[in-house]
Design a protein. Structure first.
Length: 186
């Protein structure tokens, strides 16, 4: 019986270590969001794909790793993410391919023409709205998992509940030890 408790205890400790690491990740990501709720860690952004405009490379629900660069480092055919306003007036992150670009007269701002796959519409994007360039790294359907982990429910299920279960388990072990000590003294 004691051997089973030791195995269960090791499993619970492993779960708590994983839960602690995920909790630290959640806290870190929650404190590193910008005003548009995009997680930014140093020069790396985690962008959720919200449409199928670039379906040849990624689809809605994918999580993209976008690297911030100097505006002079963006070139034609680079895939960039940028801030755009949707039909409801909300600022969203879009991802498209650069098809042309130029600087204004005083060389302080870059203007990019971007276009999604199979889309005749071209959009002009100011360098102030550019988030960064796609680093060729994506997690298919990763935004669902990422958003769940960062939600309150995800935090509760992944971090809080394992600690409550571990606490209950340790409490039961304490009671069993106490009963054993008292039983041995009789």
């Amino acid at each position: 019986m004691n051997k089973i408790f030791k195995i269960i205890e090791k499993i619970f400790i492993f779960i708590c270590i994983i839960s602690t690491l995920i909790g630290i990740f959640i806290l870190f990501c929650s404190t590193h969001k910008n005003e548009y709720d995009i997680v930014r860690i140093n020069k790396l952004y985690f962008i959720t794909v919200n449409d199928n405009d670039m379906k040849s490379l990624f689809k809605k629900g994918d999580l993209l790793l976008i690297e911030e660069k100097d505006n002079s480092e963006y070139h034609i055919n680079n895939i960039i993410s940028y801030y755009s306003t949707d039909s409801n007036g909300n600022v969203v992150a879009k991802t498209s391919r650069i098809i042309d670009g130029y600087t204004n007269d005083d060389n302080t701002s870059y203007i990019f023409m971007v276009k999604a796959d199979n889309n005749d519409e071209q959009v002009t994007v100011s360098s102030d709205d550019v988030i960064g360039e796609w680093s060729s790294n994506k997690i298919s359907n990763g935004s669902t998992i990422f958003n769940f982990i960062l939600s309150r429910l995800g935090f509760f299920l992944i971090v809080v509940i394992p600690f409550i279960v571990l606490f209950a388990y340790e409490f039961i072990l304490l009671i069993c030890s106490y009963k054993k000590i008292n039983y041995d003294n009789i």
